[in-house]
Design a protein. Structure first.
Length: 486
RNA sequence: GCGGGUGUAGCUCAGUGGUAGAGCGUCACGUUGCCAACGUGAAUGUCGUGGGUUCGAAUCUCAUCACCCGCUCCA
């Protein structure tokens, strides 16, 4: 009789009530689109990230990790295309107040439109048609729309340089691809994984932590020989779907959604989204992760970017108005090429990018685990987290607060907590304590009772079945570690 | 950014100009002793924020912030 969350409001309330997720700066009235993880949420999210890392780095021979800085050389974002793409011009229809991108307005030829904020024409919208209400020429002056966060680097205001907070972790991987190759003895095909914060000035945030301006990504760039890219794309597609399933997300709430050709980013040869059926919007499927074939676009772009730096300095470090130099005719032998010494071949690798949202994933695990049940006429709320993800693995509870039971329980607690996250609770009735742990998603509860005093056994209570078995205290640690797979 | 809605205790909400409330939760004590038990008691409020009207504002009004729904947008 499990019931799931039907509305976003329920979920927000649940997250706050149990200390998973809070509105950022709440005592100041909140800050739009920013959220904080509470005690249980911080554990949950960290477990999600650790599970991902274990799956894509620890358990694989062909993957290594990376953790690079959020601030990077501004020209990285020129080469990646973000400086231009993320500086679109927006105008507003005076008649219906709808905002449109200038380069999306009808009548404008695509190649003709400048994407550069400072060189874009601020006139000549007189013959353009509002895509929303059909009014002609009723637009405000075009205004630049900065999708990347900017900040100043350098304490001395005169010398300060404008840098960007990264809008994706991916480019840090491309920028370090050469370093990793040269230092780790790894060879193509191989991948680099990274978890970290990224920032985008999304036009629309909303939907709780689903789309926020500050968010955390779990990204892989997998480098492979051109021609093998489609096979690797398929490999990662399967591997990533299996990860969500292995961690307990119900199959019927997951699906692949291939991108249409006109939806593909300019660099991508193919892209598929892993989607989860979230309980908001119209009960709609929403993206958890995108798995793209980025071809050799990024490495080739960075080869151009590397050769454009001098020009950028000469140009007064003006990132927007410093175009990249043309691609070298012999780009296949460039500094970011890979030499396959077994087959005596040199090439720019193709890249498969499985890019997952850590916050979205955490939200999906939370939603999918939630259940309301009837037990003997009483309502029971339970979060059926996979043990790997559960914030607390085991609660240790003395049946009563006397006859030495708390002392024994505390000893067990001190022993078990060295191996996994535990919680000790001796307050109020035992049934209430079990239900509290159900709400936190704790898979096991250990109870020290009267019989423990006689034969050194405790009960182990299972969250999902609510059944109890007796386990000898000297077997307890092994019993739990086996059950928890830890 | 547009339209609609909401904002009162940790949570869910009642309270339409006159003393700030309930249920749940939390805490203490007692009783009980394996699934939100019972009894007694207690704590908890910038009524989102700031201004205005009024003798008096949670309530009327203006502004603002945040969230939700629908548009728009989503490299």
């Amino acid at each position: 009789m499990a019931e799931t969350i039907k509305k976003l409001d329920e979920l927000v309330g649940l997250c706050k009530r149990r200390g998973f997720i809070f509105q950022s700066s709440e005592i100041y009235g909140g800050l739009a689109s920013c959220y904080d993880y509470g005690p249980l949420g911080a554990e949950l999210k960290r477990n999600v990230k650790n599970a991902w890392w274990k799956s894509v780095v620890q358990m694989r021979d062909d993957m290594v990790g990376l953790d690079c800085s959020i601030l990077m050389h501004p020209m990285i974002w020129k080469a990646s295309g973000h400086v231009d793409k993320f500086a679109d011009l927006i105008c507003e229809c005076k008649k219906c107040n709808t905002r449109s991108r200038v380069d999306h307005l009808e009548g404008k030829e695509q190649g003709e439109t400048s994407r550069h904020a400072q060189t874009a024409p601020t006139d000549d919208l007189s013959d353009k048609v509002c895509p929303s209400c059909g009014a002609v020429g009723q637009f405000t002056e075009p205004m630049p729309f900065k999708l990347m966060f900017e900040t100043q680097m350098g304490a001395n205001a005169d010398d300060a340089m404008t840098v960007f907070l990264r809008p994706e972790t991916a480019q840090g991987i491309f920028a370090n691809y050469r370093n990793v190759l040269d230092s780790s003895r790894i060879r193509v095909p191989f991948g680099i994984a990274q978890i970290g914060k990224s920032f985008r000035n999304e036009v629309t945030t909303k939907a709780f932590i689903f789309r926020t301006r500050e968010f955390e990504q779990m990204e892989i760039e997998f480098f492979c020989e051109p021609g093998t890219d489609e096979d690797w794309w398929q490999h990662w597609k399967d591997a990533r779907m299996q990860w969500y399933l292995n961690l307990g997300i119900r199959k019927e709430n997951l699906r692949f959604r291939p991108h249409d050709d006109d939806e593909l980013a300019h660099y991508a040869k193919a892209c598929v989204d892993v989607e989860y059926r979230f309980p908001f919007g119209s009960g709609d499927w929403q993206e958890l992760e995108g798995i793209a074939n980025r071809t050799d676009f990024d490495l080739r772009q960075h080869q151009r970017g590397m050769r454009s730096v001098t020009k950028w300095i000469e140009n007064g470090r003006d990132t927007i108005n410093t175009p990249l130099v043309d691609e070298h005719p012999d780009y296949q032998s460039g500094p970011l090429s890979f030499f396959d010494d077994q087959n005596r071949k040199r090439y720019i690798p193709y890249v498969i990018e499985p890019s997952a949202g850590a916050d979205r994933g955490t939200l999906a695990f939370l939603v999918d685990a939630y259940a309301e049940e009837e037990v003997k006429g009483e309502k029971r709320n339970v979060l059926r987290f996979h043990p790997t993800l559960a914030p607390i693995k085991c609660a240790i509870l003395p049946l009563v607060k006397k006859e030495g039971m708390p002392d024994i329980a505390r000893n067990i607690y001190q022993d078990l907590r060295r191996h996994f996250n535990c919680f000790y609770d001796e307050k109020s009735a035992i049934g209430r304590r079990y239900r509290r742990q159900d709400e936190a998603g704790t898979p096991f509860c250990v109870c020290v009772d009267g019989q423990t005093l006689e034969d050194q056994t405790v009960t182990v209570r299972d969250r999902d079945s609510m059944e109890q078995i007796r386990v000898s205290t000297d077997q307890l640690k092994n019993h739990l570690r086996e059950k928890l797979d830890m």
